[in-house]
Design a protein around this ligand. Structure first.
Ligand SMILES: Nc1nc2c(ncn2[C@@H]2O[C@H](COP(=O)(O)OP(=O)(O)O)[C@@H](O)[C@H]2O)c(=O)[nH]1
Ligand SMILES: [Mg+2]
Ligand SMILES: [Zn+2]
Length: 298
């Protein structure tokens, strides 16, 4: 039979075949092949007499992420907030850059708009070519539009701890009862309320994963591409890149750089370009061998 892994917990993978959920273990040959099943994996499995099952094979993945550890995600819903905690746009840009290299769309969702307007932040991403939505898990504002954006797709909710990922999912679907946490407590102890990744089916026809979120520390060196590939992961740079004077332009301070000219003219957001420059510096620091090693391990 075929199904999708919705949850991984204590050595069991919970496989959803559309009608029921079967607790499965991976067969030895999966371990020998050194592939770890991920939440979101489409798998072939055999039901066993004891009501459990055995995973025989993992079907080819469309994509995979390390943090959150999920596969076959159509889109990341990057949740941000302009109230406490205020999201650093750099975190959003870093996650988007990872998604852009991983066949995965990104949606920017600014939460807590009952406390602080998300308009300015959302405008940056709209201009860069992403779908954005401003919501409040508290008042319900914007949730209908968010439902439209996620229905029929597999989405992973990600974003820094305390922005309201679990609260939004609870508000979208009363009854899923995800644990939410007090912001100060979580930030203080660096602990996350959401401990494991799980795909949930919502009645609007969406599959969503709540995730523990990330801190800047978590993502510091992870999944970064080579510096030469980075500009290709900023989609709004595309129309300008080919007009740079030098073919190997890094778009940082080169003469005749069309990207820099577009930033100056206000066609590309300053904050997006600042993130690009910061990521470029980080990418430069990671030697190729270390990046290759990370890829092999994932
Ligand atoms: N005022 C307000 N508070 C919110 C909103 N969304 C979440 N919160 C609060 O923010 C805190 C963290 O929420 P939680 O869902 O646990 O964040 P997560 O770590 O991203 O899953 C909780 O105290 C929530 O009640 C919102 O839209 N408005
Ligand atoms: Mg949470
Ligand atoms: Zn350039």
């Amino acid at each position: 039979m075929e199904g999708i892994i919705r949850k991984a917990l204590s050595g069991f993978y919970y496989v959803d075949d559309g009608t029921s959920l079967t607790a499965c273990r991976g067969r030895g040959k999966l371990r020998h092949a050194k592939v770890t099943p991920l939440v979101g994996d489409r798998v072939e499995f055999t039901p066993l007499d004891n009501g459990q099952g055995a995973i025989d094979a993992i079907l080819p993945r469309k994509n995979q992420f390390q943090r959150p550890a999920v596969a076959n995600i159509d889109q990341l819903v990057i949740v941000a907030s302009q109230a406490i905690p205020v999201t650093d746009p750099f975190l959003i840009d870093r996650v988007i850059a990872i998604a852009e290299g991983n066949h995965c769309e990104s949606i920017v969702c600014v939460n807590k708009c009952d406390l602080a307007s998300g308009g300015e932040l959302a405008a940056i991403y709209e201009r860069a070519g992403f779908q954005t939505v401003q919501v409040s898990a508290e008042t319900g504002e914007g949730l209908d539009r968010l439902r439209e954006l996620i229905s029929g797709k597999v989405s992973a909710f990600t974003g820094n701890s305390g922005v309201g990922k679990s609260s939004i999912l609870n508000a979208l679907e009363p009854g899923v009862a995800l644990e939410t946490g007090d912001v100060s407590e979580k930030l203080g102890r660096g602990r996350h309320t959401t401990r494991h990744v799980e795909l949930i089916r919502l009645s609007c026809g969406a599959m969503v994963a709540d995730t523990p979120g990330f801190s800047s520390f978590d993502t510091e060196r992870m999944e970064l591409c080579r510096k030469e590939e980075l500009a290709g992961r900023f989609r709004e740079f595309a129309p300008y890149r080919e007009r740079c004077q030098f073919q190997d332009c890094a778009h940082l301070k080169e003469k005749g750089c069309a990207v820099l000219a577009a930033v100056k003219a206000g066609e590309i957001s300053k904050s997006r370009h600042a993130s690009y420059a910061r990521l470029y510096e980080q990418a430069k620091q990671i030697p190729d061998w270390e990046r290759d090693q990370q890829r092999r391990q994932s």
